[in-house]
Write a protein that binds this ligand. Structure first.
Ligand code: HEC
Ligand code: HEC
Ligand code: HEC
Ligand code: HEC
Length: 519
């Protein structure tokens, strides 16, 4: 065999790779930018409809958020009650968690909590939800809530600055157009150039505290940051720490539920023994435990998951390029489950995989996450029940009863926080399978410790009562609302409801944007 002839092709290959390395290494590949436009819109334009003339295809895509009533196995767009696993859609759905009302006893979340649907409904839904008090002139919630619903936020921020947050929610009720001001164009785009931008003050500030200026972010980062304005965990700041009720993101220690639990330890003014300085969202009515409530931490879950770590942004999956109008390609503005668009959402990268395979992998993760989510939820209920029984225990108490009860409550608080972090996240584990399962494992272990500590406080006397099927020990509370809490009969219908105060009888004051009563 002629050795020289065999060598030649290899020399060529080597030359090719050296050249590729050389050019590849020295040429800066410019980061692609969102196409820049020159619109004739005002810099402070905030009506979605105003964008429709220049961007009819995007506007149409945005409007598609309104017509979608498709469910997927674990998610989807029909806003059913998330605790109702018995009734069919649209009231309930088989993948719900029966104990939500029990776990949020004493907090408005226990009145009503529904699955999210498309952005176009953001205002309609917040005006309707029973968490905001529609039975009185005062909502009982600050204006803060508008931050993630209304396109008027930039304008209100300019007008009121940090005074805005603690203003009364109802005062802004009629200031918005239900359709035209629902989560839209101006919150993510500069109306005059359509460049991506951040309008959420809390997001910008939380990033700045990490040393990140969003104005220096790459396009790819912006494709996730714009969603991180709202799809995150947050809390309402206490007055001792800055503007009262300001939306604040608890990210200073990191993005895990453990980091946030540490963060919350010194962000409150409670003087309660064992919880001094803790931030608390509410005190659980049945177990008298100072609690935290998690809110949809999609951004924090995604960020260190397989896709987030690899730089795959929210928009890659949730805003895939779609062909509209027969020819043009645009970023889809129909934000929904990517399982409805696997071909466009996933196969741009996973070209070697079939759609059925990809869906099966998502379901593989979701099924296992869901099973552990249900277990963690049940363990949390058992923790509250154990503390309830131990609090009312009149037999001989352990010499360290008080200290044990403080520790039991702290574990119950932590266990439920870890459960809620995954429960409130909307991907049923897909955004970060390892983090979801680790968080749920920790949740179960903290809640079990709470049961052990409360039991020990009674010298194990309540141990026997706590064994057995949790569904028999503490039946799920299926019906509860602000209206029902005005009825003593309702409060008598379940041991746990008996811990709630009877609300004065009242008729609705607000129906959507209409004032239909006085009080
Ligand atoms: C790799 C693709 C991918 C990325 C990246 C991604 N998601 Fe998702 N997302 C999914 C999938 C898959 C689901 C599960 C949908 C289902 O079960 O039907 C989901 C679910 C959701 C849901 C619930 C959807 C529903 O129907 O209720 C929300 C909200 C969401 N993601 C927001 C985000 C945000 C915000 C980011 C970025 C911080 C993000 N996602 C990043 C793929 C992705
Ligand atoms: C939640 C954030 C968000 C909202 C709200 C939003 N967009 Fe976008 N938009 C994006 C993202 C992300 C991209 C992709 C940008 C990129 O890849 O650089 C985009 C891209 C675009 C583009 C560039 C072309 C393209 O298709 O990629 C136009 C034009 C546009 N949007 C118009 C609109 C209009 C009109 C509205 C209101 C009806 C709107 N957007 C609402 C996030 C948003
Ligand atoms: C200004 C706040 C805000 C921003 C920014 C935002 N969202 Fe949302 N998103 C919401 C609210 C509020 C809802 C629930 C609306 C409802 O149920 O009425 C929602 C719902 C959703 C849903 C559920 C839709 C369904 O079909 O069930 C998805 C998916 C979603 N958002 C993805 C995204 C992605 C991806 C981005 C970034 C490109 C983003 N969102 C940016 C506030 C926001
Ligand atoms: C922009 C590119 C991109 C898109 C879009 C994308 N992926 Fe991925 N996917 C990746 C990368 C990168 C990884 C990390 C593994 C790797 O490095 O190969 C990954 C990993 C995965 C994994 C393995 C995760 C694990 O737990 O280890 C699954 C499953 C997956 N993707 C499913 C999906 C699905 C489903 C969608 C659509 C909803 C999707 N991907 C969209 C790039 C992408």
């Amino acid at each position: 065999m002629n050795k020289r002839r065999m060598l030649w092709p290899w020399v060529l290959v080597l030359l090719f790779f050296t050249a590729a390395l050389y050019f590849g290494g020295c040429t800066e590949i410019p980061e692609p930018k969102t196409p820049s436009y020159e619109t004739d819109l005002a810099a402070d334009e905030n009506r979605n409809e105003a964008f429709s003339r220049q961007f009819p295809l995007h506007y149409q895509s945005y409007l598609n958020n309104a017509d979608d009533t498709r469910m997927t196995t674990y998610a989807g767009s029909v806003p059913h009650d998330k605790h109702d696993t018995i009734n069919p859609l649209p009231k309930g759905y088989r993948f719900g968690q029966p104990y939500l009302k029990n776990l949020w006893m004493g907090y408005p979340f226990s009145y009503e909590y529904k699955r999210a649907r498309g952005h176009v409904y953001a205002i309609e839904d917040i005006l309707e939800i029973d968490r905001i008090n529609n039975y009185s002139e005062q909502a009982g919630l600050p204006a803060t809530c508008w931050n993630c619903k209304a396109n008027t936020m930039p304008q209100w921020q300019k007008q009121y600055g940090d005074d805005f947050w603690s203003m009364e929610f109802h005062d802004f009720r009629t200031e918005v157009d239900v359709e035209d001001h629902a989560v839209g164009c101006n919150l993510c785009h500069d109306p005059q150039t359509m460049d991506l931008r951040i309008t959420s003050v809390p997001f910008a500030e939380a990033m700045a505290r990490q040393g990140i200026d969003w104005e220096d972010a790459t396009r790819n980062e912006m494709r996730a940051y714009v969603c991180g304005q709202c799809h995150v965990e947050y809390y309402f700041q206490e007055a001792a720490f800055g503007p009262k009720d300001k939306v604040t993101f608890p990210w200073d220690e990191g993005f895990t539920p453990g980091d946030m639990y540490e963060y919350y330890k010194d962000k409150g003014t409670t003087t309660r023994e064992g919880f001094e300085g803790n931030f608390i969202d509410w005190t659980h009515a049945v177990s008298d435990t100072p609690m935290l409530k998690a809110q949809h931490p999609e951004f924090e879950t995604w960020i260190d998951g397989p896709h987030g770590a690899a730089g795959v942004s929210c928009a890659d999956c949730h805003m895939p390029y779609i062909r509209v109008d027969g020819k043009r390609k645009i970023s889809s503005h129909h934000w929904t489950s990517p399982l409805k668009t696997i071909e466009q959402s996933c196969r741009q990268c996973h070209t070697d995989k079939q759609p059925e395979y990809l869906e099966e992998r998502v379901l593989y993760t979701q099924k296992r996450t869901w099973e552990q989510l249900l277990k963690a939820q049940e363990d949390s209920v058992r923790a509250h029940e154990a503390i309830r029984l131990a609090s009312g225990f009149t037999g001989e108490r352990h010499p360290d009863y008080d200290a044990l009860m403080i520790r039991a409550r702290e574990r119950a608080r932590k266990g439920q926080w870890f459960w809620d972090f995954v429960s409130a996240e909307n991907s049923a584990g897909f955004h970060n399978p390892v983090k979801a399962l680790e968080t749920l494992a920790r949740s179960q272990s903290y809640s079990s410790e709470a049961v052990r500590l409360a039991t020990a406080a009674t010298n194990h006397a309540i141990g026997k009562h706590l064994e057995g099927d949790i569904y028999e020990l503490v039946p799920p509370i299926m019906e509860h609302s602000r209206k029902l809490q005005q009825s003593q009969e309702h409060l008598n219908s379940h041991t746990w409801l008996g811990y709630l105060p009877l609300l004065p009888e009242a008729e609705r004051v607000w129906d959507g944007q209409k004032k239909i009563g006085e009080r």
